[in-house]
Design a binder for this molecule. Structure first.
Ligand code: FES
Length: 232
């Protein structure tokens, strides 16, 4: 883990999201599912962002500009500078076979990098609008569903679901629905994070009756590692 001041190489619209590409510097891109803390200039708190992909010399992040912090990151332009800390947390276990990637909304963010590491397995992605679904172009071999159809509705219809290794990321209700359907799934959870490395307990959740920090024990957890519901 390192903290480094890096330059924005490009910022472009990607469906309803913003794709921020920054220089990698000496940062290690880490494993799929790990995250970085991005500090927008002038903002007090950094925001945790999964690495979306990592071409040579770059790190790329997919941002949903839904609050002041993420809007500040989405407003960055080529040449701007920001501090980045990472890689942080635990990523996906890549020792899997017959893999299916499942993503909901901005939860597709870690899937391009994950797909690249796993040889582009099939993916099932759900979005709230056709505009947001344009971001599915980042994920190879993706089948798309749009609201009001849920990604878990499509998952339930798969005839060979029992034999699949499901690796998922998305909103909490989606993850619980995936957990019910796929007891061996790996799930990447979201939580408010202030530090990203275990110091603040801002991301503490209940795991098997104990408060654990999602930034160091997660964000990727196997279904049998979580209590229902995952709550502070
Ligand atoms: Fe600070 Fe997890 S974000 S302990």
């Amino acid at each position: 883990m390192r903290r480094e001041l890096v330059r924005v190489l490009a910022a472009e619209d990607c469906g309803g999201y913003r794709l921020l590409r920054v220089e990698r510097g000496t940062l290690d891109p880490g494993a799929p599912g790990q995250f970085f803390m991005l500090e927008a200039p002038g903002r007090l708190w950094p925001r945790p962002m999964s690495l979306c992909f990592a071409p040579a010399g770059e790190l790329a992040f997919l941002i949903d500009p839904i609050g002041p912090g993420t809007r500040a990151l989405a407003a960055l332009e080529r040449g701007d500078r920001l501090h980045i800390l990472g890689p942080l947390g635990n990523g996906y276990d890549l020792a899997v076979e017959r893999t299916l990637l499942v993503g909901g909304g901005i939860g597709i963010a870690p899937l391009p990098y994950l797909s690249e590491h796993l040889g582009c397995p099939p993916a099932l992605l759900g979005f709230r609008s056709s505009r947001h679904a344009e971001a599915a172009d980042l994920v190879p071999n993706a089948e798309i569903v749009l609201d009001p159809v849920l990604v878990t509705d499509a998952l339930r219809e798969l005839p060979d679901l029992d034999g699949r290794s499901v690796l998922a990321c998305g909103p909490e209700p989606m993850l619980w629905a995936v957990a019910e359907l796929c007891p061996r799934a790996q799930l990447a959870w979201e939580a408010p994070m202030a530090c990203g490395y275990g110091a603040c307990y801002g991301c503490a959740v209940s795991i098997r009756g104990r408060l654990r920090r999602l930034c160091v024990d997660g964000p990727v957890l196997k279904v049998d590692e979580v209590d229902a519901p995952l709550a502070a």
